[in-house]
Design a protein around this ligand. Structure first.
Ligand code: SF4
Length: 219
């Protein structure tokens, strides 16, 4: 995509949603970190449903360790892979207490050393909790980047590096939210809704999806 088109692409997404936010609910960086770890291969809505009661009771790593593995599993048992995720959440809480003064580190290396925390999780936490200009490439961003031509790549890391290179200011801080939301609600996996897409003329995807046929009106 040409530089001017990239700018216009983001300008329109920004105009349509000036203050995009993560849909994961959390009250502090620690809860955000836990929510992102729980969200792997799960929907934000599903995670929120499980974490509302958990986060009402647990706001710190110490409280999570005190809660214990079995009680945590009960809270999150509706989320996929909950056994492994519960173990990781307890282990990362212990690591935060032991190595980081119970604070969430604000650097990639520190985050990625925590159990259950990979590059994508670190990118979300760095962006949402600390305002870093990171691009957390999930399934939605991967798809939007490749379809549109904004950032093509065979792996999430390749797409992330291209987005980092291509995304101009003033859009960098919120770019990943705009792309996720665009992928989740418009540029959907099975059937992108090109007919109502505000960046359709800038997007390389072909052929564009036509609007669904209107239901016949009853006689
Ligand atoms: S035009 Fe279609 S494929 Fe392109 S970004 Fe919009 S919804 Fe996605």
């Amino acid at each position: 995509m040409k530089k001017a088109d990239v700018f216009e692409f983001y300008r329109r997404l920004a105009e349509a949603n000036p203050h995009p936010e993560t849909e994961l609910e959390s009250g502090n960086p620690y809860q955000l970190l836990v929510a992102v770890v729980l969200s792997a291969q799960a929907t934000d809505a599903g995670v929120n449903k499980a974490t509302r009661a958990l986060f009402a009771a647990v706001t710190t790593p110490e409280q999570m360790v005190a809660l214990g593995l079995d009680a945590l599993k009960q809270h999150i048992r509706t989320i996929g892979l909950f056994n492994t995720k519960a173990k990781n959440v307890i282990a990362l809480s212990q690591a935060l207490i032991a190595d980081h003064g119970s604070q969430v580190p604000d650097d990639r290396a520190g985050l990625e050393r925590l159990p259950g925390v990979g590059r994508k999780t670190a990118n979300v936490v760095l962006n949402v909790a600390f305002g870093a200009e990171t691009f957390a490439v999930d399934t939605h961003i991967f798809r939007v980047g490749n379809r549109t031509g904004l950032a093509r790549g065979k792996t999430p890391l390749a797409v992330e590096l291209k987005l980092d290179k291509a995304t101009p200011q003033p859009f960098r801080p919120h770019a990943h939210h705009w792309l996720i939301l665009h992928g989740r609600y418009v540029c959907k996996a099975r059937r992108p809704e090109c007919w109502r897409c505000i960046v359709a003329d800038l997007c390389a995807y072909k052929p564009k999806t036509p609007p669904p046929k209107a239901a016949p009106t009853p006689p």
